[in-house]
Ligand binder design. Structure first.
Ligand SMILES: [Zn+2]
Length: 81
């Protein structure tokens, strides 16, 4: 049986790529018995949907842009890593 930590990792992974059949079954079994992980999965799914809607909104509105100063700060932070 998965621990809650393992289940939450699988929930997060499932957002990026499909899980193997074995992992999907393990996760479903855990979710049947664990309210906390079911709640976590619901919250993560809602957050993902909100981010998709936000991306769609910002991509369709050319007036929404990141200021050049902010872009430069991000570039500097990435370069320093
Ligand atoms: Zn759990």
């Amino acid at each position: 049986m998965l621990t809650c930590n393992q289940a939450s990792q699988l929930i997060s992974q499932s957002l990026d790529c499909p899980l193997t059949l074995t992992k999907r079954i393990q996760l479903r079994l855990h979710l049947v018995i664990c309210d906390a992980c079911r709640h976590f999965k619901k919250q993560v799914t809602l957050l993902q949907a909100a981010l998709i809607r936000l991306r769609e909104h910002t991509e369709s509105d050319p007036s929404i842009t990141l200021p050049e100063a902010a872009k430069n700060r991000i570039r500097q932070q990435l370069a320093s890593k």
